[in-house]
Design a protein around this ligand. Sequence first.
Ligand code: ADQ
Length: 488
Amino acid sequence: MSSTGRLVIVSNRVGDPRKASAGGLAVALGDALAKSGGLWFGWSGKVVDDGAPGEGEVHHQRSGTVELVTIDLSKADHDTYYAGYSNQALWPAFHYRLDLADFASGFFAGYQRVNRLFARKLAVLLRPDDVIWVHDYHLIPLADELRALGCRQRIGFFLHIPLPPPPILAAIPGHKWLMRSFFAYDLVGLQTRSDADHFARFVQEEAGARALGEGRFEALGRQVVARAYPIGIDVEEFQRLASSNDSRQTEAMLKKQYSHRRLLVGIDRLDYSKGLPQRFRAFRELLANYPENLNSATLIQIASPTRESVQAYEELRRELEGLAGEINGDYGELDWLPIRYLHRVWARRRLPALYRASRVALVTPLRDGMNLVAKEYVAMQVEADPGVLVLSRFAGAAEQMPEALLVNPYDIPATTQAIQRALSMSLVERQERHSALLAQIREHDVHDWSRTFLDALSAIETRPPEAIASLVLQRAAPVSDGKPDLIT
Ligand code: ADQ
C-alpha cells in the first residue's frame, strides 16, 4: 500500500488472523493490517437477549500489532439487521432470488440502525489519515453513516456476493438508498466484470450517473470508482495444510477406503444458492444413464449448517436429506453408498486431503460471488495426475476459469454429461486444463487481491470536503414509517 495511513477493516465478523483456524481471507487481511498496525472492527458474534436496540458493548483486543474491536448486538438488532435484512432480503435478492426475499420494513430499520451503531462506535476510533475498507452486504450503508458523522477518510467497499442486473436491484423496495450508499465510497470492488457492468448500468439507469471512464461515475454530487477485483485463495496456506501429518493421514485413509471407487467431492455451506438439489439430481442421472458408475462413483458432499433460523434453509436441509436417502436407497449396495452426505463443517486443515483424494469436484452453484472451493480444489491437485473441476457458469470463478468444465446447473442432463466427461477425461487433457487453471490461481491469489484493491484505494484522489458535505445534505430523514425510500 502506498499510503502511510493506518488500515481499518470493517466486516460483519472479525477473524483473528493469528488463530490456526483462520481462513485465507482473514490471513490476507491480517497481513495487510499488520503492515500498518491496523484495526479490525465488527460484530463480536454475541447476542444480548435483553440488550437495547442500537446499543452494544464494545470490546478491545490485540492480535500482535493489530487491534481487534468488536461490538455485541441486542437480539432485536441481530434478528433484523443480520438474520433479517442482510440474510432474508439482500442475500436472496443479490443471488437473483427475489421470490425468497422478505423486505419487511422492520428488517430495514434494524439494518440501518446497526450500520448507524457501527459508524458511531467506529468514528471515535478513527484517525484523519486512516484508510477504511468495508466488507460485504451487511454494511453497504456504513460509509454514508460515517460521512454523516463528518468522516473524510478514504473509504473502500468490497462486495463478496454477486451484484445482480438493474431490473433485480430496482425490485428492492426503496432501492435508492443503495445508490446513495455506493456513492459515499471512494472505491467499490466487485467480484467479476459482469458484476461491475451491472453496477455501471444500475447507477446510470437509476441515478442518471455520468460515466467518466475507467470505472468512474459521478452522481449525487460525488464520484465513485467501481471495478472488478476477483478474490483469490492463499495457495501457500493450502500447501502448508496439505503437508501436515493430519492431512496426509486423512488422504491415505480416504484413498485406501475408496481404492475401488471413483470419488467426487462437493463442499459448500448448506445454502440455496449453491445448487445442491440440482447437483444430487445430476448425480442420480449419472448412475441411471452410465451404469459403469454403479458400485463405483461416490459423491462426498459436505454441507455445513448455516443460518439455521431461516426457514428456506431448513426446507433445503430436508430436501437434500430426502434426495440423498432416495438415491442411496435406489442405487446403494450393502458395501457401497453412492452419496456420503455430511451435514457439518469439515475442518479446514482436512480440506486438502478431501480435494486430493477426489477425481472430480462438483462446484455447481446457481449463483455465487466467486466460490473459493473451485480454486482450492485446483490448487490442491497433484500435477502428475490432476482431477477435474466441474464448475457452474454462474459462479464468479467461471470468468477466470474457462478451462474448467463449465455447466449450466439448471440443465441437469447437460450437467450429468459433463460429470461423465470429467470422470473419463484423458490424463493429457486433465493436465492441460489443470496447468492453465493453476497458473491463474497462483498469479491472482488473495494477497494479490488485497494489495491491488488497497493500492487502487490509496491512489484515488481524496474528495474535496464540499463534495462530501453535499452528499450529507442529500440524506433524507431517518425511516419513520418503516419505508426505506430515502432519496430522490
Ligand atoms: P461463501 O458463500 O461461504 O463465501 P465459498 O467461497 O465457497 O463461499 O467458501 C468460502 C470458504 O469456506 C472456503 O475457504 C471453503 O473451503 C470454506 N467452506 C465452504 N463450505 C465448507 C464446509 N462445508 N466445510 C468447511 N469449509 C467450508 C462468500 C461468497 C462467495 C465468495 C466468498 C469469498 O458467497 O461467493 O467466494 O465469500 O469472497
